[in-house]
Design a protein around this ligand. Structure first.
Ligand code: CP
Ligand code: NVA
Length: 313
């Protein structure tokens, strides 16, 4: 596998390798400090970022390389240069490129024309690097034995919901996504992909529009912002109203397992998708999760550049 374009591209063996390596980078960030010596990695973002940018730049530095951050407008793409031509040029300078943008098809096109690894740092439909940090955190808390546990995302049926389904399926987990029906439900394609993966991993993929039922007996309750980057402001009022029953609060946490944890990719809006009581409470593991953005991106860069990920067959 040359690129990490989609969460669903990863095999279980890839995830295990990445999480093992991330655990090593957690305790010893400089253990591969020459892996990218005298090399550069481009980080190109057409949307804002706190964690993904800082984690990526830090990861490259810890691998001995130099990150080159490029803001959306800075490239000639904005003036009509094609993605294919841009991909060829960046391939001549850099050892990898992490991109955050709107359309998944732009990331796919970069992957098709670049000779270097392309890493999806978030699109409108997916967020693969986030899911590795989430599962690094889950593994630290619950270990590898996840049978009988329920992993539940409650909120908007967005990029995070899609990625949650795909990774849960890869991990063979009982994975649940609970969103309103209609406009803010996850894309059918993402559900179909997760169900397809589940056929070979033994995962259970459940879409449950009732948030209380979804929360019941869960080991993880996960949520994300209700207004994502690029969502139309004109829909805010309607959307927040539709999502109100999906707020993770102490009532929903109370329905989950006794040893359950709360996760959130961040940024968070306290009082919208989650209450302050929950996100700042003692079941919340959000800071460890954010910490793992660096360890897992470092692992992705390390293994992709060495050509050590196989992808799903
Ligand atoms: N979780 C996440 O991707 O955060 P940023 O948008 O700050 O990068
Ligand atoms: N769904 C959010 C995730 C942010 C990390 C967004 O796309 O803005």
């Amino acid at each position: 596998m040359k690129d990490l374009l989609r969460t669903a591209d990863l095999s279980r063996a890839d995830v295990d390798l990445l999480l093992d390596t991330a655990a090593k980078f957690a305790t010893d960030p400089l253990r591969s400090k020459d892996a990218l010596a005298n090399r550069t990695v481009a980080i190109y973002m057409t949307k804002p970022s706190t964690r993904t940018r800082l984690a990526s730049e830090t990861a490259v530095a810890h691998l001995g390389g130099t990150p080159i951050f490029i803001r959306g407008d800075d490239l000639q793409i904005g003036r009509g240069e094609t993605i294919a031509d841009t991909a060829r040029v960046i391939s001549g300078f850099c050892s990898a490129l992490l991109i955050r943008t709107f359309n998944q098809s732009d990331v796919d096109e970069l992957g098709a024309h670049a000779t270097i690894p392309i890493i999806n740092g978030l699109t409108d439909t997916d967020h693969p690097t986030q899911l590795l940090a989430d599962w690094a955190t889950i593994r630290e808390v619950f270990g590898n034995e996840i049978k009988g546990r329920k992993f539940t995302y409650i909120g908007d049926g967005n990029n995070m919901a899609h990625a949650w389904l795909a990774m849960g399926a890869i991990m063979g987990a009982h994975v649940v996504v609970s969103t309103p029906t209609g406009k803010w439900a996850p894309d059918n394609e993402a559900i179909a992909t997760a169900r397809k993966i589940a056929e070979s991993t033994g995962a259970t993929v459940e879409i449950d529009h009732d948030p209380e039922n979804a929360a019941k007996g869960s080991s993880v309750l996960y949520t994300d912002v209700w207004m994502s980057m690029g969502d139309p402001e004109s829909e805010r009022t309607e959307k927040l109203k539709a999502l109100a029953p999906y707020q993770i609060n102490s009532h929903l946490m109370g329905l989950s397992e006794k040893d359950s944890i709360f996760l959130h990719c961040l940024p968070a809006h306290r009082g919208e998708e989650v209450t302050a009581e929950v996100i700042d409470g003692n079941q919340s593991h959000i800071w460890r999760e954010a910490f793992h953005r660096r360890t897992t991106i470092q692992a992705i860069m390390y293994h992709l550049v060495r050509g050590e990920l196989t992808g799903r067959a």
